[in-house]
Design a protein around this ligand. Structure first.
Ligand SMILES: *Cc1c(COP(=O)(O)O)cnc(C)c1O
Length: 470
């Protein structure tokens, strides 16, 4: 056989020949034919490029279909795998927006699954046999738990804010402190949301200090509302001043306009010492409506919650934009199932994963750290230095008011392998394991690793190290 790369190409098997091989025939029985054919082409294209670059399979193997079937099967499997996958969160950040925020209690799904699989009274009043409202299912519980007169759920907190501003202050001015013109990430910037809502932003105060008088002086007949925004992802320290919610509510009331409060995370129970104040106490301070996320500290599904005074919430409820951001039945079912758990505080703390993970006892985490270390040390051939040290985990999810939580970290050093390389290979495992890299070490925080995932993590680390070495 010639060693000239371009003439070697001629010895490659054809797609038709590969389709005749036993392994490929089995693939076609299990998977769509078009995907298998596409995978064959992709593998052959790859081999062609390798050959032209002077690499590729040994000359005596080029023409054999056996040389390629494994790659083809791998390609088909990768294509057929869902893109949205479960991962193991070893970062210790409990509400990690990139990793899907709140893990949801399995019990909530028993109910949601039935609702999703069968018909439901989503918009049907069972008493009257007439059309009902999907908003009623969660509003009674939201009112009960926050002390609000009326409540609504939409798709997320951004939608809650957009809809509220549109319903309450479209074509009018909304006063916001310059210290609260935030960006949350993922293109949520307050001035842009405001513009999209049709309300006109009026900035008052300075970046570090805003006083009650700044708000008062900005009031005009065109003012539609005052907006207060929770500083979710940064802290202001030093020479700062902000206005108390109660005083701001007073100013709004005197002016006959509502005070809107974008609370962001929104805790329904006090979580830890000195954590974010619960929504109920924030609402008692006097804002007309509070908006928050369903999948941050509440620990439920992605949703935006709007709670507050009847008059204002009623306006939002009858706004046409609401129709565009209304939640689906699965969201409502999961949300209601979570809220029902909150009626019983100890049960909520035990069953809602976000609450459980944030308040995980230190000795629990230490036990998991020790167990993981022992599993790693027991692996044959795994060369790793393990440091066990105290550290901090974060609540995440814009709950910056939550103090960091003491945790135990495993710091791993692999002889001759860069930590970034291990981190990348851990992301390629099934399930992928997400870790942090700092100071030339791979860091594992067991806080966010579920009990049944410790073995998976040990396996993944052993495999990642082996793959990096070979
Ligand atoms: C997180 C956050 C939002 C956005 O919430 P989503 O539910 O992701 O839309 C809005 N405002 C504040 C203050 C936040 O912290």
């Amino acid at each position: 056989m010639s060693t000239d790369p371009s003439s070697r190409l001629r010895h490659l098997p054809s797609t038709d020949l590969l389709l005749e091989s036993t392994v490929v025939k089995e693939l076609i029985e299990k998977y769509p034919r078009a995907i298998v054919v596409g995978s064959i082409r992709k593998v052959l294209d790859g081999v062609r490029r390798e050959l032209l670059a002077g690499g590729g399979p040994d000359p005596d193997r080029i023409s054999s279909p056996e040389t390629y079937v494994e790659s083809i099967a791998g390609e088909v499997a990768r294509y057929m795998r869902p893109s949205l996958r479960r991962v193991v969160n070893a970062t210790g950040i409990v509400i990690h927006t990139n990793l899907g925020r709140a893990p949801i209690a399995p019990e909530a799904f028993d109910h949601a699954r039935m609702i999703a699989e069968r018909y439901s009274n989503l918009e049907y009043d069972l008493e009257d046999g007439k059309r009902g409202s999907r908003h009623d299912h969660v509003s009674r519980l939201l009112c009960h738990l926050t002390g609000a007169e009326m409540a609504l759920a939409v798709n997320n907190c951004a939608a809650a804010l957009l809809t509220t501003l549109h319903a309450v202050a479209r074509g009018r001015e909304v006063i916001v402190s310059r210290g609260e013109l935030i960006e949350i990430g993922g293109s949520f910037r307050l001035p842009e949301i405001m513009e999209a809502s049709g309300a006109k932003l009026v900035e008052v105060g300075t970046t570090n200090r805003t006083h009650l008088d700044d708000y008062r002086r900005a009031l005009k007949p065109e003012t539609g509302a005052i907006l207060k925004v929770h500083l979710s992802n940064f802290r202001q320290e030093g020479f700062t001043a902000k206005v108390d919610t109660g005083e701001l509510a007073e100013v709004a009331r005197e002016a006959g306009i509502p005070l809107l409060y974008d609370l962001g995370s929104g805790a329904f129970l006090p979580v830890g010492e000195g954590g974010e104040p619960p929504v109920a106490s924030e609402l008692r301070a006097g804002p007309d409506v509070i908006m928050m996320s369903g999948d941050k500290l509440l620990g439920s599904v992605q949703a935006g919650l709007i709670v507050g005074r009847r008059e204002t919430v009623e306006k939002i409820r009858s706004c046409p934009v609401l129709r565009a951001v209304r939640p689906g039945k699965v969201t409502i079912a999961l949300l209601e199932a979570t809220l029902l758990r909150y009626l019983d505080e100890p049960r909520a703390r035990e069953q809602i994963p976000v609450l459980r993970l944030i308040s995980r006892p230190f000795r629990d985490i230490r036990e998991d750290a020790d167990a993981l270390r022992d599993q790693l040390l027991a692996r044959d051939g795994l060369q790793v230095d393990i440091e066990i040290t105290e550290g901090e985990s974060e609540a995440g999810g814009g709950a910056i008011g939550q103090p960091p939580m003491a945790t135990i970290l495993l710091g791993l050093v692999f002889d001759g392998i860069r930590p970034e390389d291990i981190a990348r290979r851990l992301r390629m495992q099934d399930p992928p394991v997400i870790v942090r890299v700092r100071n030339d070490k791979v860091w594992i925080d067991p806080r966010t690793i579920f009990a049944d995932e410790l073995g998976l993590v040990a396996d993944a680390i052993a495999e990642a190290a082996q793959a990096a070495r070979s």
